[in-house]
Design a protein around this ligand. Structure first.
Ligand code: PLP
Length: 412
């Protein structure tokens, strides 16, 4: 894979959507943690697939069915190489992170019972909390939550104290969408293995788009991710899992594609990963996601992370000058990704986001599907600016100027 020099100007030209005027001002898109924009290369890969190759996969013998199957399975292999998986069959296609985590909670969770413990944290997106609450209810298991430190990190001492012989599952965010914290997941994996026999799951929704990922080095058993947050299309994502575990797990949904043989009152299952992929899959989505991986790897995930750190450093410095502004999450740039949640004390996050929108600046306001986080830090909502490879220093400056204006308007 040829790496291209990091140049925000030329990267931005790959994202035509960024070049537009909103309310008379050039758009500043700072909402990539919710969903990223898509480069022309991804849009064209999807369009090429539909213009030439589309048919249903696996079942046909005709030319288009062959091409579609090849495109679909080659995309899986591409995603497996990006994750450094040992086998392409360890990648299960899902609609995204939420479905991937629900799949594990439902299927792996079948083996849990009363007295078993599931450990998550107060930092989790609802997608990595609610499926475990449902499972705990269904099986009579106990859900335990690791607490957070005042500066927005996992309290590792508390987490360690929750692990033991009863722990069956530990499921944590790689990177927090509501705080920006990058969790020290390899060390946590070692801790989990030292203290328990639990399965270790990572919610990679905010990790996969921004950091080099090597599932073998991370030491986890499952890694969930969403295509739409990493320059790919919506409606596609995946679950990487250790093959031995996937093979032991029962199916998650029934239907076509996932069976080996159907009898009147029972069925046998297809091999992993097809056992977990009931129904006609999102073939074009898989093709688009593989194109997104090609794009991100050509730019270089290390370079993307460096760039986001530089934007975050600039934003932290500029925003810290704004009166009444409080930033959530770790103070050190090295401990955080390009996700910047903030509040202006005495104002509503919604009002701040509305004033920014009037200046063409797109940020998100709310609890960001992490209500336990806003509860923990004593606020009802935050404004969240999130950076990606296509954001520039000038855009960070516009954010800071916009936030200063919001502060002056709302606090006068
Ligand atoms: N986990 C985290 C940390 C997220 O940020 C998100 C989305 O914002 C999700 C899970 C859910 O992802 P999706 O909506 O793509 O399933």
């Amino acid at each position: 894979m040829q790496t291209i020099a990091f140049d925000v100007g030329s990267i931005r030209r790959d994202f035509p959507v960024l070049d537009q005027i909103v309310d008379g001002k050039p758009l500043v898109y700072l909402d990539s943690a919710a969903s990223s924009q898509k480069p022309t290369q991804v849009i064209e890969a999807i369009s090429r697939y539909y213009l030439r190759d589309h048919a249903n996969v696996h079942r046909g013998v005709h030319e288009l069915a062959r091409r579609a199957t090849e495109a679909y399975e080659n995309s899986r292999a591409r995603v497996a190489r990006w994750l450094n998986a040992t086998d392409a069959h360890e990648v299960v296609w899902t609609r995204g992170t939420s479905e991937a985590l629900n799949l594990v909670a439902f299927s792996l969770g079948e083996g849990l019972g009363p007295g078993d413990e599931i450990v998550v944290s107060e930092m989790e997106h609802h997608s990595n909390l609610v499926p475990w609450q449902l499972l705990a209810r269904r099986k009579g298991a106990r859900l335990r939550l690791a607490s957070l430190t005042d500066d927005g990190r996992l309290d590792l001492g508390h987490l360690a104290s929750l692990l033991g012989a009863r722990t069956r599952v530990v499921s944590l965010a790689h990177v927090s969408n509501a705080l920006g914290t990058i969790n020290p997941v390899s060390g946590i994996g070692a801790l989990v293995r030292e203290r328990s026999d639990a399965v270790f799951i990572l919610d990679g929704a905010q990790g996969a788009p921004h950091l080099p990922i090597d599932v073998q080095a991370l030491g986890c058993d499952f890694y969930a991710f969403s295509g739409h947050k990493m320059c790919g299309p919506t409606g596609i994502g995946g679950l990487w899992g250790r093959k031995a575990l996937l093979e032991e797990m029962p199916p998650y949904q029934g239907g076509g594609e996932m069976i080996e043989r159907v009898y009147r009152d029972y069925s046998t299952w297809a091999e992993v990963p097809h056992k977990f992929e009931a129904g006609t899959p999102n073939i074009a989505g898989a093709v688009g996601l593989a194109a997104a991986v090609d794009y991100l790897e050509a730019v270089g995930l290390d370079a993307i992370h460096e760039h986001e750190m530089s934007l975050t450093r600039r934003a932290l410095a500029l925003l810290s000058e704004v009166e009444g502004l409080r930033i959530l999450g770790p103070a050190e740039v090295e401990a955080r990704a390009g996700v910047l949640p903030f509040v202006i004390e005495g104002t509503s996050a919604q009002d701040v986001a509305t004033i920014l929108d009037a200046q063409g600046i797109a940020v998100r306001a709310g609890h960001h599907c992490a209500q336990l986080v806003v509860d923990r830090y004593g606020v009802t909502a935050t404004c969240r600016a999130s950076f990606y490879l296509y954001n520039s220093d000038e855009e960070v400056d516009r954010l800071a100027a916009g936030v200063r204006t919001a502060s002056e308007v709302l606090l006068c």
